[in-house]
Design a protein around this ligand. Structure first.
Ligand code: NAP
Length: 285
């Protein structure tokens, strides 16, 4: 029951009608017996500053931030956590007296999704497809968790080069930028993380044209979960590669946000069960 003590949480983005985050967080609140409720707010880019200030004035304890506000939102925060600064994007705001503190839990979501599937990135060669905000989070996760080398493949080579140069300022490891046109020639590729939105609206679209790309790959993670299996995931599976869609990343990044807001620790065992329950819910939706 919603009372005057209920903690109010939510997500800001534009558009936001497709978001599955309210189902996930309201499920967490119910299962964990937390007096919290979570709603979705459609915030136009030109209203972002007012929305963040207004939410703070209302005492909204936590917000998720999604496309297109993850980078621009930083201008309206009182402080930004170190990893989020490296990623240059936030997806979680936590209420503090002077304003919101910004965090990024996407890198935690990706790491936990790999871990839950028994995939260890330590010592591996990682290929990140894309050079946007999510690609940056994937690179920071791979570097933080001990990948041996990172190759960033992007349609616009300049963006991949900029990202690689920025990351080299934080991490002392081989980070290379290549154009998508040479993706089949990447020699070392144990784990591939597909971070672009290609395949989301048109499931038959895929940046990988030849099955030969998957030679040498042991695991693939894609960030899209709608449709449940894109052509990328289907191709990987056909080539006998362990392939994950973006749903477990979504659940684990949400769990990390929920922990920050509510000051609790969700156990790995519980989260595995939650991810399975939420998967059935998502498939029914
Ligand atoms: P972004 O910053 O806009 O970056 C988009 C990337 O996709 C860029 O590298 C862009 O290449 C590339 N791209 C877009 N259209 C392309 C096309 N037709 N051909 C080749 N490359 C193309 O977006 P983002 O914030 O990183 O988000 C990317 C995706 O991740 C979205 O689908 C988002 O929903 C998903 N996501 C999922 C989760 C989850 O929990 N599952 C979490 C975060 C994000 P250029 O640089 O050449 O333009």
């Amino acid at each position: 029951m919603i009372t005057a003590q209920t903690v109010v949480l939510g997500i800001i983005g534009h558009p936001i009608g497709h978001s599955f985050s309210p189902q996930i967080h309201n499920y967490f609140a119910r299962i964990f017996r937390q007096q919290a409720c979570y709603a979705a707010f459609n915030v136009l880019p030109e209203h972002l500053g007012e929305a963040v200030a207004g939410a703070h004035s209302l005492g909204i304890k936590g917000l998720n931030v999604t496309i297109p506000h993850k980078q621009t939102c930083i201008d309206f925060l009182s402080r930004v956590d170190k990893t989020a600064r490296r990623i240059a994007a936030v997806n979680t705001l936590v209420y503090e007296q002077d304003g919101y503190a910004g965090y990024n839990t996407d890198h935690i979501g990706m790491y936990m999704a790999l871990k839950a599937a028994g995939i260890d990135i330590r010592g591996k060669s990682a290929v990140i497809i894309g050079a946007g905000g999510t690609a940056c989070a994937a690179c920071v996760m791979a570097a933080d968790k001990g990948a041996m080398e990172i190759t960033i493949a992007n349609r616009t080579l300049e963006k991949a080069e900029l990202l690689a140069d920025r990351l080299k300022g934080f991490f002392n490891m081989p980070i290379t930028a290549v154009p998508l046109s040479v993706i089949n020639d990447i020699a070392h590729k144990d784990i591939v993380i597909q971070t672009t939105s290609v395949g989301m609206n048109y499931p038959e679209d895929c940046l990988i044209e030849s099955a030969g790309f998957f030679r040498g790959v042991s695991a693939a993670l894609e960030l899209i979960y709608n449709p449940w299996e894109t052509k990328f995931v289907k191709m990987a599976k056909l080539n006998h590669i362990q392939a994950l869609n973006g749903f477990s990343t979504l659940v684990y990044q949400a769990a990390a946000s929920f922990e920050l807001w509510m000051g609790i620790n969700l156990t790995e065992g519980f989260l595995k069960q939650a991810a399975a329950d939420l998967e059935s819910l998502a498939k029914q939706a």
